[in-house]
Design a protein around this ligand. Structure first.
Ligand SMILES: Cc1cc2nc3c(=O)[nH]c(=O)nc-3n(C[C@H](O)[C@H](O)[C@H](O)COP(=O)(O)O)c2cc1C
Length: 199
């Protein structure tokens, strides 16, 4: 049987570019598996906390990611206390897992937040108008208000935040029938380190 290795697996630069290509594609393609990664934070009691978000932007040159959230959510408070964050992506067809580590900055009322809000669809904006805020206990299953009318979509702006993640490192894993490959990348202001490691 002949096994096939994708051509990008031959060198560390090509692997990095391929990983970044997947993230770029995942922003614009809603059906891409990497469009909805798992974001992990450190809970206020020190426990790991993880949840799915939508990947809204990836800046390859600045090595930054962006997602959006409600300022009343747990993750927003957790990142306020400790900005360290991990984001996990998996594409089954590509057989690739990407694990990104970084630091989050929270943007509520600056230019980044305004631009992120302006680029959001009315249907996405409506989620931020929910009352009471996410995670609040309620007496009955539908005891909350979520507006359906697009005219009300601006109401949620007060609770909207853009979370921008500065990427410190990426762990790339390809698990294929031909054999596995894993590469680690570290990014700093004055350093770049790339190496193969045992998968
Ligand atoms: C497909 C999908 C996409 C989601 N996208 C987001 C998102 O972009 N931002 C967000 O804050 N929550 C998003 N959520 C909801 C979160 O997974 C989570 O349930 C919610 O934000 C509360 O998380 P927290 O209490 O840990 O802050 C999404 C959930 C799913 C299933």
């Amino acid at each position: 049987m002949t096994y096939h290795f994708p051509s990008f697996l031959v060198d560390l630069d090509a692997v990095l570019e391929h990983g970044f290509d997947l993230l770029t594609k995942a922003v614009r393609l809603r059906s891409a598996p990497m469009h909805t990664p798992v974001v992990s934070t450190i809970g206020r009691d020190g426990r790991p906390r993880a949840r799915v978000v939508v990947l809204r932007a990836f800046d390859r040159d600045r090595r930054q990611l962006r997602f959006h959230t409600d300022i009343r959510s747990d993750k927003f408070h957790e990142l306020h206390v400790d900005p360290r964050i991990a984001i996990t992506f998996y594409d089954a067809e590509e057989k690739i897992q990407l694990r990104i580590e970084g630091r989050a900055t929270l943007h509520q009322n600056d230019e980044s937040a305004n631009a992120a809000w302006a680029s959001s669809q009315p249907i996405s904006k409506l989620c931020y108008a929910v009352e009471p805020g996410p995670g609040n206990p309620i007496g009955a299953r539908d005891d909350f208000y979520l507006p359906r009318d697009r005219e009300e979509s601006e109401t949620g702006r007060a609770y909207f935040a853009a979370v921008i993640v500065a990427i410190d490192g990426m762990d790339f894993l390809w698990l294929g029938a031909a054999g596995n490959r894993r590469a680690l990348y570290k990014f700093g202001d004055y350093q770049f380190d790339a190496r193969w490691v045992v998968p």
